[in-house]
Design a protein around this ligand. Structure first.
Ligand SMILES: Nc1ncnc2c1ncn2[C@@H]1O[C@H](COP(=O)(O)OP(=O)(O)O)[C@@H](O)[C@H]1O
Ligand SMILES: [Mg+2]
Length: 418
C-alpha cells in the first residue's frame, strides 16, 4: 500500500514511524513532513489543500491520513472522498465539533453531555453586561480555531473585559473571534482522551496527559504542548467507562443523528471534577504531543485500525495497547511560544542514549548533513518503561545528549502523577 500523511509535526512523524512498522505498507509520502519523516518516508514539498488534491489526482494513494486540524475545517476529507480515495479523518461538517466551540457546546447542551455551563455571544455589549454578575474566574473563548491561543481564564472583571475587547473588537484571532463563549471555570485535573471512531463504534485509547504551559509547575503562557504521558496512572477504569458511556459514545451518536458521520479520532479534553468528568473541548484529530506517546505503546498494526475506521468495521478490530508506560518531552526553541528562533544546528540526535528511546522531529529540516531547527517545537524525546517513572528517567537521561542553541524543555513532565 501507498499511504499519504498530511502534516509536518511530531504527531505526523510518530504516525509515519508506526505506519512504517506495518508489513502492508510500501511507500509513505508526507506533505510536507520534516527532517525526521524524510528518514523513513518521502517528503513532498507541498502543503496547501489544493496542491495535495492535485497530487492525489495524478499519483493516487491507498489511504490518506490527515494530521492537523486546519485541513479538516477546510474540508480536505470531503475533497479526497470526492476523488474516491480512502481517507482517515472527519468531514468538514463532522469536524465542526472542533472548529466551532459554540457548535460543540450547543450539541452537548442538547444531548446532556457533561460540560461547563456557558453562554454564547456575538454582541460585545451583551457579553460585557453578562460578566458583571458571574462567579469568577470566568473562561472566555474565541469560537473558532486560534492556534491554541483563543482561551483566556479571567481571574477578575478587568481581565474578562480585556479578553472580550481583544477577541471581539480588536479581532486578534480574526473571524475566529466573531462569536465568543463565556463559561464556568472547572476545577479539577485535566486529561486528554482519544478514541478511534468509525462513525458509530468507538475504541478508547488509554488516558494521556499533556502539559500546556511553557514553564515548570504550569507557569507561563499556553503552548501547543510541552510533553505527555500515557497512560495516566491515577485514571481509573471506572472513570474511563464513564467517559466512554457519557461523553464519547453520545457525542458520536449525536453527530450521526445530525447527518455528520464522524470517522477518525475524537479527542475530548476532559476535566476530572468532583462531580465527574466534564468536557473542556473537542478536537477531531490526534493530539500533538499525545500521539507521540501513544504510538510508542500501540501494539496493533495502525494500518488495520485506520482502515477499520474508514470502512465502518471498528467492531471487528481487536486493538491492543502494551502494558508499558510512555512519555514525550518536547524540546522547543528560544522564544517559543511567541516568536521562535530558527536555523540552529541540532546536535546529538544520533548519540542520544537511554532505554527504549525514539526521537520524533517536529520543527526540523534537512540541509545536507545538518539538521537545523525550523520552528517552535523542535523535537519530542519519547521513551517507554515498565512504569511512568522508568520511562521519564529514560527520556530525561537521553535529553542530556541533545542540544541546540536556545533549547528549552520542561523538567517536570509527569511529575504530578508519580
Ligand atoms: N471551563 C474551563 N475551566 C477550566 N479550565 C479551562 C476551561 N476551558 C478551558 N480551560 C483551560 O484552557 C485550556 C485551553 O482551552 P480549550 O478549550 O482546550 O481550547 P484550545 O485548546 O482550543 O485552546 C484547556 O486545556 C484548559 O486547561
Ligand atoms: Mg485544548
Amino acid at each position: 500500500m501507498n499511504i499519504l500523511v498530511v502534516g509536518n509535526g511530531g504527531r505526523e512523524h510518530a504516525l509515519v514511524w508506526k505506519l512504517r512498522q506495518s508489513s502492508k505498507v510500501k511507500n509513505i509520502f508526507v506533505t510536507p513532513g520534516n527532517a525526521g519523516t524524510a528518514q523513513i518516508a518521502q517528503n513532498l514539498d507541498i502543503s496547501k489543500t489544493e496542491e495535495i488534491i492535485d497530487w492525489l489526482k495524478i499519483n493516487s494513494a491507498d489511504l490518506v491520513v490527515i494530521g492537523p486540524d486546519n485541513y479538516l475545517s477546510e474540508g480536505i476529507v470531503d475533497k479526497i472522498q470526492e476523488i474516491g480515495i480512502p481517507v482517515f479523518g472527519p468531514t468538514k461538517n463532522a469536524s465542526e465539533i472542533e472548529w466551532s466551540k459554540s457548535f460543540a457546546k450547543k450539541l452537548m447542551l442538547e444531548e446532556n453531555i457533561p460540560t461547563a455551563t456557558f453562554q454564547i455571544f456575538n454582541d460585545f455589549n451583551a457579553a460585557n453586561l453578562y460578566i458583571r454578575n458571574q462567579k469568577l474566574p470566568l473562561v472566555i473563548k474565541a469560537n473558532g480555531l486560534a492556534l491554541g491561543k483563543g482561551v483566556v481564564i479571567a481571574e477578575n472583571l478587568i481581565q474578562a473585559e480585556n479578553a472580550i475587547k481583544e477577541i471581539m473588537s480588536n479581532k486578534i484571532y480574526g473571524d475566529a473571534g466573531r462569536e465568543i463563549i463565556i463559561e464556568e471555570y472547572l476545577q479539577g485535573k485535566e486529561i486528554s482522551i482519544h478514541a478511534f471512531c468509525d462513525g458509530e463504534n468507538v475504541a478508547l485509547f488509554p488516558a494521556s496527559q499533556d502539559h500546556k504551559r511553557i514553564f515548570d509547575y504550569d507557569k507561563g503562557p499556553n503552548t501547543g504542548g510541552m510533553g505527555t504521558i500515557a497512560p495516566v496512572p491515577w485514571v481509573t477504569d471506572k472513570q474511563m467507562e464513564e467517559i466512554e458511556e457519557k461523553i464519547v459514545l453520545p457525542t458520536i451518536e449525536a453527530l450521526r443523528k445530525r447527518g455528520r458521520i464522524f470517522q477518525g479520532i475524537l479527542y475530548p479534553g476532559i476535566m476530572i471534577t468532583e462531580t465527574g468528568p466534564k468536557v473542556i473541548e473537542f478536537n477531531a484529530r490526534f493530539g500533538d504531543p499525545e500521539a507521540q506517546s501513544y504510538m510508542r505503546i500501540l501494539d496493533t498494526d495502525l494500518v488495520d485500525i485506520l482502515f477499520a475506521c474508514v470502512r465502518g468495521n471498528l467492531k471487528s478490530e481487536n486493538i491492543k495497547w502494551s502494558n508499558k508506560s510512555a512519555c514525550c518531552i518536547t524540546c522547543a526553541s528560544r522564544g517559543y511560544p511567541s516568536v521562535s528562533e530558527k536555523d540552529k544546528t541540532i546536535n546529538g540526535l544520533e548519540t542520544a542514549r537511554g532505554i527504549d528511546i525514539v526521537i520524533f522531529h517536529a520543527g526540523t529540516k534537512k540541509e545536507g548533513n545538518v539538521t537545523p531547527t525550523n520552528g517552535g517545537r523542535v523535537l519530542g524525546i519519547t521513551a517507554t518503561g515498565n512504569n511512568l517513572s522508568q520511562s521519564l528517567t529514560s527520556a530525561y537521561e537521553a535529553i542530556k545528549s541533545v542540544s541546540f542553541d536556545g533549547m528549552q524543555y520542561r523538567k517536570d513532565i509527569g511529575a504530578k502523577s508519580i
